[in-house]
Design a protein around this ligand. Sequence first.
Ligand SMILES: *Cc1c(COP(=O)(O)O)cnc(C)c1O
Length: 369
Amino acid sequence: MKYKVPFVNYPLQYRNLKSGIDAAITRVLENGDLILRSDLEEFERDIASFIGVRYAVGVSSGTDALIFSLQAAGIRRGDEVITVSHTFVASIASIVHVQAAPVLIDVKEDFTMDTDKIESAITPKTKAIIPVHLNGRMCDMNAVMALAERYHIKVIEDSAQALGAQFRGMKAGSFGMAGSFSFYPAKILGGYGDGGLVATNDKDLYEKILLLRSHGQKTKTEILQFGFTGRLDNIQAAILRVKLKHLPKWLERRRQIAKAYHEGLKGISNIILPPAPGAEKNRFDVYQNYVIKAGKRDDLAKHLMDCGVEILIKDPFVLHHQKNLKLSSFALPVTERLSNEVISLPIYPELADEQIVYVVNSVKDFYGA
Ligand SMILES: *Cc1c(COP(=O)(O)O)cnc(C)c1O
């Protein structure tokens, strides 16, 4: 089916950037600059400065960014790590992959970690917290950092959905010991394949991540530890360098679309919208996703698809109820309720104004508003 408003539009973004992207790819191929070359170094330098950290390391995915961060922070078997269930599965998988135990807590109505639930989840085994900045909105990092300091717990920010988002003037990924990012194509800054990044101000952690991503090789002749094939490809870094220049403008466009959705939908009593951009003084949300809570959600989803609006219901089943993951001991009432209410409307910089109006009208039409 051809949608009037597709949920993502990769070809359109490519057409808009074609000359720059094609030139970057051709240059990389003609020079044979494939692994750990200058595009990667330059991209790392530029994005570190954008995020506001000293160091950035390009890795093979957002998931590896989390795993390497936890491992470099010394998290291991016997440790507990606090995170949420209302997230992409990778946040939890990374904890399991370093053989620590995930401790899942509930979220607030804005889909971010309920920081009032952190303290009672802390035990003598708690070594790290992974706050997840979901949908382009940051967790309350004041609360997270205060508790982390009081209990000597490390903070690894899952910033995969929040590149450029801010809390009290600081960007996602710059609060904790490390911040992890993803360049999966649908993310705010997406490559043409998988990729990720660790951001940090900690020199020791930075050096450990460099080793982990490339088989522990300090130099061509010196191996310091066992590591992984976990690098960001130079060709992806070259592409991401082209796209990074557009990022500030893209973030503004996402906020503009969020504002248009807010203005168009705010009168409808059956739905609850995310906070409008600019509504909260200390926040700069970047709307990786525009997720609304909707009455008769499944019927609305069907109506929108019938209208040619491609929507996404992410995780209609909560992660801690996926029985093979063995997380069912957690009872998380808000997370469980949200799974029946959430629906994501299309949001990306290339969305045309007429398409936004069409989405708004299609939602209004469903509720007779
Ligand atoms: C996308 C995402 C990841 C993982 O990123 P990959 O690059 O796909 O491995 C982790 N956490 C969250 C919240 C994400 O959205």
